[in-house]
Design a protein around this ligand. Sequence first.
Ligand SMILES: *Cc1c(COP(=O)(O)O)cnc(C)c1O
Length: 390
Amino acid sequence: MDRPAVDELTPPNRTLMGPGPSDVHPRVLRTQTTPLLGHLDPAFLELMDEIQDLLRYVYRTDNEWTFAIPGTGSAAMEAALANCVAPDETVLVPSNGYFGGRMAEMVRRLGGTPVKVEAPWGQPLDPEDVAEAFDSQEIDVVAFVHAETSTGTLQPDVPELTDIAHDEDALVIADTVTSLGGVEFRTDEWGVDVAYSASQKCLSAPPGMSPITVSERARERIEARESPSRSWYVDLSLLGEYWGEKRTYHHTAPISTTYALREALRMASEEGIEDRWERHERVAGALREGLEAMGLSLVSESWLPSLNAVYVPEGVEASAVTDGLLADHDIEVAGGLGDLAGDTLRIGCMGHSARPENVLSLLAALGDVLEGLNGDVEADAALAAARTSL
Ligand SMILES: *Cc1c(COP(=O)(O)O)cnc(C)c1O
């Protein structure tokens, strides 16, 4: 094997406006050049405590088990399911997007039975359908996606969903991967038992450390399980011992990624969580007005500020648009997933990417690319509408 000739790392300078990762603030990037500590060093343990407090603040919770899982959002999804779902238990999962499908697949692999609550892609779940599902079978866990990234759909009525589940003694798991730190979410007030997320979406940290919070009710149920979680790596009882008082070694924490998450959370707390939700709504609101003024329509009936999914104009292939934006404008957005592949664009507005200048340059570039592809759009109207909105 010859010695490979590999150049110094010089990635292109992109603006990340896709479904994640989002742009990372220089303050957060800089922490990753900070010298490492050992994962049981008292100074590192103190920093873990700070992360727990910051996470409780952004999650709006007092839950003791509030920490970060080494891995991406899917690792946190697996942690939620592997700990809350025992073999042969039944889990209600949503059918209105791509990520509900991933949940169902994990439940199956864990030996549980997924049961779908039906709603079309682009529509939220109807609490009545959730209540009806309990009429015909025993359900142990209700899982839903608060911010469905495949369709840009926000699930409203969360307290209604949790009331229905709790009346039947079921636990509630919320996927807050694309909402935590960007869209209003209140763990305790809304009665959610387990909410997991990821670092690289609205929190704008690099991927690799994924937040999770667990209510006392869920914790008691997890600790009373007859058989341990089928996953050792994301066993919440073991992870809780490392993050809690015992400090028992479980895995080597990804030190640099932990530094970065801490700084990103510190920035969220400096901004104030409610102001941060408001910023996402304002900046993404201008993006949405611009897209609609251009003549593009949203996929979802329940708008999600952090992810705007729109149909491309007739006769235009979505991949030609994403390619053009990347090659000619250094802007990343994504095409659709599943049934929406080819026909839709997914434009993120998350964390450090959710800034007025990004929205304006994206709309200008998108108008340019669509006109170049002979799409029937009102490119100039888009910028005017977004400016007025801002
Ligand atoms: C991104 C995403 C995930 C998966 O997260 P990864 O970090 O890609 O593993 C899960 N759920 C939702 C809603 C997401 O948007």
